[in-house]
Ligand binder design. Structure first.
Ligand SMILES: *Cc1c(COP(=O)(O)O)cnc(C)c1O
Length: 392
């Protein structure tokens, strides 16, 4: 089939909820992917931060295939090996005590907010349920995670939205103090707002919010769905901030390409989440967890050091390109703000034509390359961006 045939069939039968690039991808290897017309692309999107090891890492493929041929699903009524192994690895790596497995970032955030409300209910009784989130945040598309998402554009059509949410502008501690009430049970925040434009929070702000929350037993949920699993150069992004979260949600990069979400909880929070409080049929699926176990195994301290080195090289190169005003974000979560009059969407399309896949976030160009990129990949991407921007 050709790109055109794939696209036309899709448009006829798949709901049009996405603005999609007009190419159909057929197969990939490492940093590269080929479309149905045989054109090859260098991929700086990693499926929006999902393919941490690039396309079809051989060890990942072997583990997933082996597990699919051994035992593909059991339900959570039984124990399996890959799920427990992943939970153990995540707890040892992060210092958290328990993990709940879901299938996506939105679900991980639902689980995080449920766990926070349950803790508050068990500890303080009814009425202390408010979740405070940041303006410009993104937490997912289910009703509660969409309600928590602090962007007006998402708060149309689907109402009534959930009660018990409040919003406060990022990096404004005075505003935060005015937003929290005795009914506040949790604060949810991304250390780098991804969909919101790749904006890192101020360290001082996070530190102050952290101190206030611990003093008032307001739980801190850090949404690491996009920032986690090495993306920012540390295993979790919050390690670079002065914050001790009670709950962390993970998803995107954890499975290396298969759907997974995870809620990391301290014992204090986990103890309220007993039998019957939460669940999902597919959570902890053995095939998905087998893939995630490979990601976890490969994400060594050396690999994280390499991510930091690659990120520094990429960022230094980007800062020198024409029309670039600011390079934002952390590690390999990169936002590029252009001078006025330069549209990120146009840059994206021009890069795509020249064989480089990029993303946008709000008005910025966004790069989320697989964590395995090489110096040659960086050079090639910078060259294409330079050609595109020089022509504008
Ligand atoms: C992508 C994202 C989500 C939603 O994840 P889904 O898997 O699409 O449900 C939630 N929070 C953050 C920070 C994200 O980047």
């Amino acid at each position: 089939m050709t790109n055109q045939q794939i696209i036309e069939r899709d448009n006829a039968h798949v709901a049009h909820t996405y603005g999609r690039n007009q190419i159909a991808l057929e197969q990939g290897k490492g940093m590269h992917v080929t479309d149905f017309d045989g054109k090859e692309y260098l991929d700086f999107t990693s499926g929006i931060g999902v393919n941490s090891l690039g396309y079809c890492d051989p060890d990942w493929v072997a583990a997933v295939s082996e597990q699919a041929g051994r035992l593909q699903h059991t339900s959570n009524l039984y124990y399996t090996d890959p799920c427990g192994q992943l939970a153990e690895t995540l707890c040892k790596r992060t210092g958290f005590d328990k993990v709940f497995f879901a299938n996506s970032g939105a679900e991980a955030n639902e689980g995080s907010m449920k766990a926070a409300r349950k803790y508050s209910f068990d500890t303080y009784g009814e009425g202390r349920y408010q979740v405070v989130s940041l303006v410009n945040s993104f937490h997912g598309r289910t009703l509660a995670s969409l309600t928590a998402t602090g962007q007006e554009v998402f708060h149309h059509y689907f109402g009534p939205f959930n009660e018990g949410f409040a919003y406060t502008p990022a990096n404004d501690y005075e505003a935060f103090l005015k937003t929290v009430t005795p009914a506040t049970c949790a604060v949810i925040m991304e250390m780098v707002q991804g969909e919101g434009g790749v904006c890192a929070l101020d360290k001082d702000y996070v530190s102050k919010v952290n101190a206030y929350c611990h003093e008032h037993d307001i739980l801190i949920i850090v949404d690491e769905v996009q920032t986690g699993i090495g993306r920012t150069g540390t295993f979790l992004a919050y390690e670079q901030f002065d914050v001790q979260p009670d709950v962390v949600s993970l998803a995107k990069g954890l499975g290396g390409g298969l759907p997974i979400g995870a809620v990391l909880m301290s014992e204090k929070v986990a103890k309220g989440m007993g039998p019957g409080t939460h669940g999902t049929t597919f959570g902890g699926n053995p095939v998905v967890c087998a893939g995630a176990n490979v990601v976890m195994k490969k994400l060594t301290d050396e690999m994280l050091a390499d991510v930091r080195a690659k990120a520094a090289a990429l960022r230094a190169g980007l800062a020198k390109l024409p029309h670039v005003q600011e390079v934002s974000g952390l590690g390999l979560m990169v936002g590029i703000a252009f001078e006025e009059g330069i549209s990120a969407k146009e840059v994206l399309t021009a890069c795509q034509n020249k064989g480089l896949l990029c993303l946008t976030a709000k008005t910025r160009l966004r790069l989320l390359p697989p964590l395995v990129l090489t110096n040659e990949d960086i050079e090639k991407a910078l060259n294409i961006l330079n050609e595109v921007l020089s022509a504008l």
